[in-house]
Design a binder for this molecule. Structure first.
Ligand code: ADP
Length: 619
């Protein structure tokens, strides 16, 4: 029975594809309604006849009234519209009369016609809905059994005897009526199905058009973001680099203050740009993490170093507590973890007027299939706190606890959303415990997996190498950016040669002298990609020539930009504006692995578009 009901339900779905779109659902609801109500009447018909035979008109009237109530309430329960209910009931009434007459005239409820009637509601209800089908099928079976038993016992006799001819006419008209009903149903279904199909394909066409528009808009948005990011990053590199040089030079106190403001403002602008780019990556599902050996303690040190000035300015304390049992080295993404921690601590400082902020590193039990305990960072502040009802939504994009927060403290409402996504990508969890007016504890934890010992060695190796005497070739057509890079390289002890385009770079490069090329991508005459291809070609033709590490210095900060650089033969990619610390890491890493690029894992810090200006303070 179940299989029959299932195949009927499948047939219904095929015959009446009403599942999509509100208009089609409405059509389907009406169709089901008509079938349900009429089928109810038909299954109840024989029951009325039985009641009439045994107990007379009074009880039958009561039963009919009860049935009418049921007929009226069922559609209401099913939330049908009133006009459908009315139409269904009128139809039921007619069906009821037809079935009663038919069964009556056929001389008993055990007659084959009655059985056939009983099967019709089963079909009807199975078409209407699977659950009703099962229910009414059971009801019909019980009814058939009872009626047969009654018939067998000989209790049931037709109360009136009609002539043979009358019986034939009644039977004929009843059958004709049923055939007509089926015909009307079929036609109604067919026309509704066609109308629904027409609406469906119109809706599909609309949807397809809307989809195309969305895809186009999304492509345009990504393109715009990439262009905007590129265009802003190039001058930002100049602003930040020059502001940095200015703050390092001897200045009158007032000028020093002004230079500091310029630098901090540029860093803030860059942080927003990074967040917007990250958000667009979250939306495009392109936000990625790159795991490597990570020292949780050094992340805390970096964060404190970066934000202690801001805490001092606000006269609040910034303290740390490090649990000795927490893992020393984990396999995670240091850049992204620092981004999350900096965001939480910067928020804590921002939203605290009195008291202080405490950063804790503790060990947390392993979860699920993890073998190592987790590493948990907790940032507790004595600031404004967050009301319970806002705590669940602050991790959503553009969400701030309340509108007055924006007015009072500023902010974009992006930081926590991006942090939550990053922690999730790193296999961890993030959360908050907070009391309004009393302060908050933001926490996040990540798996404390062990990095391989080779990776730790590589990380430590590159840390211990002195940079002095490294001879670097910088190819950049923008004089300001070139000046910034050269000044930073000199500051970390390198000797620098310069070129203003790709052709010049290829001509100036001396494999025995230079340990690394820092290559801008877009340059006149010959761009950085072609220059790299030319250098790689020469290396291929001359096996005795060592492979030269080439790192792109470009304002293109998206993963696609990085891919284009690597595809052209470059080894790594450092997005502008970069910090001296990032530049330092890149030079250490790549000049160390000269001639054997496979042994140098691209420095995550170098590959990240995130300027890390917050984390490193562009120092
Ligand atoms: P932004 O700080 O740029 O507005 P975030 O996503 O970092 O964006 O934070 C979202 C909101 O969460 C903030 O606007 C603020 O309402 C609330 N919030 C975050 N950190 C704290 C905190 N330490 N104390 C109180 N409220 C906070």
């Amino acid at each position: 029975m179940r299989r029959i009901a299932q195949s009927l339900a499948a047939a219904r779905d095929k015959f009446v594809p009403f599942e999509d779109g509100p208009a089609n659902i409405e059509v389907a609801r009406r169709a089901r309604m008509v079938v349900s109500v009429s089928a109810t009447a038909m299954i109840l018909g024989p029951a009325y006849v039985a009641v009439f035979w045994y107990f007379g008109y009074t009880l039958m009237t009561i039963c009919a009234t009860l049935t009418s109530v049921a007929l009226l309430t069922t559609p209401i329960v099913l939330r049908q519209s009133r006009s459908v209910v009315l139409a269904g009931n009128l139809l039921s009434l007619w069906l009821f009369a037809a079935v009663t007459l038919y069964s009556f005239s056929m001389g008993g409820l055990g007659a084959p016609g009655t059985l056939w009637h009983c099967s019709f509601p089963i079909v009807g209800f199975a078409l209407a809905s699977f659950r009703s089908g099962v229910f009414w099928t059971s009801a019909a079976i019980i009814e058939i059994v009872v009626l047969f038993a009654t018939q067998r016992a000989g209790w049931l006799r037709p109360p009136v005897s009609l002539s043979e001819e009358s019986l034939q006419w009644i039977g004929l008209s009843s059958d004709l009526g049923l055939v007509l009903i089926i015909l009307v149903f079929t036609l109604a279904f067919e026309s509704q199905k066609n109308a629904a199909l027409e609406r469906l394909s119109a809706a599909n066409r609309e949807l397809e058009k809307a989809n195309e528009e969305v895809r186009e808009a999304s492509r345009a948005k990504s393109e715009f973001l990439a262009n905007m990011s590129h265009e802003i990053r190039t001058p930002m590199n100049g602003v930040l680099g020059m502001a940095r040089r200015l703050t390092k030079s001897e200045l009158a106190p007032e000028d020093e203050r002004v230079a500091g403001i310029i630098r901090r403002s540029a860093q803030a602008l860059l942080a927003i740009l990074d967040d917007v780019l990250d958000l667009s990556k979250v939306e495009a599902g392109q936000l990625t993490v790159e795991k490597g050996p990570t020292d949780p303690r050094s992340l805390i040190d970096d964060t404190v170093e970066l934000l202690s000035g801001a805490a001092r300015d606000k006269n609040i304390t910034l303290t740390t507590e490090i649990d000795d049992t927490a893992c020393r080295m984990i396999e995670s993404d240091p850049v992204r973890l620092r981004q999350v921690l900096v965001n939480l601590v910067a928020n804590a400082v921002k939203f605290t007027e009195v008291g202080g902020v405490d950063i804790r590193l503790v060990s947390s039990p392993a979860r699920g299939s993890e073998t190592q305990p987790r590493v948990r960072f907790e940032v507790t502040d004595s600031g404004i706190g967050i009301a319970k009802e806002h705590q669940a939504t602050i991790f959503d994009v553009f969400t701030q606890a309340d509108a007055s927060t924006t007015r009072r403290f500023g902010g974009t409402g992006l930081g926590l959303a991006i942090s939550a996504r990053l922690v999730e990508l790193l296999g961890g969890a993030i959360g908050v415990d907070s009391d309004l007016g009393r302060g908050s504890t933001f926490w996040f934890e990540v798996p404390g997996d062990d990095p391989t010992s080779a990776e730790i060695e590589a990380a430590q190796d590159s840390r211990g190498i002195a940079l002095s005497e490294r001879h670097i070739l910088v190819a950049d057509d923008d004089p300001i950016n070139q000046e910034v890079t050269v000044a930073m390289l000199r500051e970390i002890g390198c000797i620098v040669d310069t070129a203003t385009n790709g052709l010049e770079a290829v001509a100036t490069l001396r494999p025995q002298k230079h340990s690394l090329v820092l290559m801008d991508c877009q340059m006149p005459e010959m761009d950085g990609y072609d220059a790299t291809r030319a250098i790689r070609e020469t290396e291929r033709n001359d096996p005795s020539r060592p492979r030269m590490p080439i790192v792109a210095l470009t304002a293109g900060a998206l993963p696609e930009d990085r891919r284009v650089c690597l595809d052209s033969g470059m080894d790594d990619h450092l997005a502008k504006p970069f910090t001296i610390r990032q530049l330092h890491d890149v030079v250490k890493r790549w000049s160390l692995y000269r001639g054997d690029p496979k042994s140098a894992k691209p420095a995550r810090q170098a590959g990240s578009h995130r300027s890390d200006s917050q984390a490193a303070g562009h120092n």
